[in-house]
Structures are given as C-alpha cells and as structure tokens.
Design a protein around this ligand. Sequence first.
Ligand code: IPM
Ligand code: MG
Length: 370
Amino acid sequence: MATHKLLLLAGDGIGPEVMAEVKRVIGWLEARGIAAFAVEEDLVGGCAYDAHGAAISDAAMERAKAADAILLGAVGGPKWANVPYEARPEAGLLRLRKELALFANLRPALCYPALADASSLKREVVEGLDILIVRELTGGVYFGEPKTILDLGNGQKRAIDTQVYDTYEIDRIGRVAFELARTRRNKVTSSEKHNVMRSGVLWKEVITALHAKDYADVELEHQLADSLAMQLVRWPKQFDVIVTDNLFGDILSDIASMLTGSLGMLPSASLGAVDPATGKRAAMYEPVHGSAPDIAGRGIANPIAMIGSLGMALRYSFGLGEVADKIDAAIAGVLAAGHRTADIRAPGGPIVGTQDMGAAIVAELDKLSA
Ligand code: IPM
Ligand code: MG
C-alpha cells in the first residue's frame, strides 16, 4: 500500500481542536488498513509568528513542498492584530497558496437534508443544494502589484491594490471549472464585473473563447458578480459550477456557506497543476471557516468542514474517492441521527462538542464498514 505524505498545519484558534478530529479519522483509516500515512506537523499563522517571528517558517515551507498533501486548520486571531503586516497570520496561508502555485480552489457547498432547517434561508430554497465554487486563488487583487500605502505628504495617504489577470490564469481556471462540470450537471456560470473592470472584460472574453474551442458541450452562462450574489440567496439551485476570480470567490463562497447551514460545514481543496513527469499535483485542503477565536479552546467547534477536507484530500490527491464517499456518508449519517454542534443546532435540540462529533463520525464509519 502506498504511504501518503501528509503535512498537518493546524494553525490558530479552533484549528488544533478540529485537526485533532482529523487525526482520529486518520487513525481509523490506518487501523482498518484502508490507507497509510506518513504524518508530519508544523506551525502556520500566529503560532508560527510566536515561535519564529514569521507566519510560516522556511523549514515549514520546505516540508509543505515535499508533502503529497497539506491539511490546514485556520489562521489568525486578535492576539496578532498588531504584528507587522508582512508577518500577519494570513500571510502564511497566502505564501503557501502562492509558492505552491495552488491556483484552483474548489469550494463545494452541499446542503445535507438534515440541515436544511439550520440555514437562515427557507428549506425549499436550500434542500438538496449541491454547487461547486471554483475560485482562482493565486492571482487578482490578492497578489497584484503595486500593493502599497503611499504618504502623499499633504496629510493624505493613498492605498493601492491592483487587480491583474493574464490570459493563461483565466484559461487554466476555466478549464478546471469546465472539466469538473462534465462530471456533475454540465453547467458553468462564470462571474466577473465586466461592466466596470477591465479584468472582467478579459475574464469574460477568455472564458467565452475557451468554451467555444474546447467545451462547447458544457452549458455556459455569465453573471455579474453582484447579481450572482443576489441569485445565490434567491434561488441557489440554479447553479452547478461557478467560476470566478480570487476576491469575488472569497466573498461568494462565504455566502454559499450559509446556504448549507453553517460556515462550519464547508471543506475546500486548493490544487496546483498536474506535473506531467510525476502525474502529481501540489494540494492543500482546508475548511472555509476561520480560526473563530471567540470559541477557541472550548471544545464546541464543528469539526465537519475539517474532516470533509480530509475527504477531499483522499479524493483529489490519493485516488481514494470511494473512501471519501464513505466519509461524506458518515457525516450525513451522524447529522441524520441528530448529532449537532452548537453552530448547526436545531432550535431547542441537544448539542455535542467537537470530540463527540469526531467520535460519532468514526463510529458511523465503523458501522458503514461492518
Ligand atoms: C479564505 C479566507 C482567506 C482569504 C483569508 C484568511 C486570508 O477568507 O480562505 O476564504 O481571504 O482567502
Ligand atoms: Mg474567505
């Protein structure tokens, strides 16, 4: 059996608590002889700053580059509000994305039937929802230069961020979206602001040309990002795959998370290009939620997005799609059986803690494998 090199970067806040539940599932997979892992751990975010004065050390970056896949918990918290901008916890995450060239961020939003009432939207709007946001992750305004604050010398300052996209960046993320759509309901919605942004004009042009050239069998529509945000809360089931840039993808995926009941439910995969020599691709998996400092250390965080991220690693990095399906089924099973962390609690219903939820998922995996 192949041994998969896995780097765990639990990070800050609730990161270590939810990562502990991933370790529980890893332990189960190994004990059952389903998969073998060589697991390493390191620091990222505020905890890395405390230890090394940087949001991720060069040594941790080397480990990340050597790993078959990285699992990341969450970064950030009020403790580091005043550290230098270059060393803020988020910088560790952004360095990993950029240096590993993880340009394709897959954020599935799935509404489990048992959770349709946990969403702030009506049951009929979200029940059975299954959409996939494909967010461009290494370009756009997150990384564009210049990115600075200038002192104009007259008591005024000027802040500059640069939104920039090259043809190849739009083309490769478009390909990821069209390919994934073919495995689903065969529809792509591309989103930008071509009515006010030059980058939006090019985005639309490149996606349209790519569609005509290689993916004419897939249904393609374009929606302005503001209108798409509105449609996401009006009738989200009209969507299958949504492809969009780094900043719009950040915002739209937070909106999409609430359709599923809680931000604590959404896993994500960040993938690089496949290396033609080895057939491998750099990959990092992380929950969409943040470090939730307000509830950190209390054992009440929802570990489902983190465990779901391990599932995505099994699917996209290790060729273990069937095992990933089983993890998804176990999550659906515990939810159907009424296990709820505080964020997805039914009104007046009982609440379980982080560890109880992890244990329940493993028990369900046992049941499904019996
Ligand atoms: C996300 C997060 C990050 C982002 C932050 C933590 C830098 O919000 O992954 O969506 O903006 O990309
Ligand atoms: Mg975000």
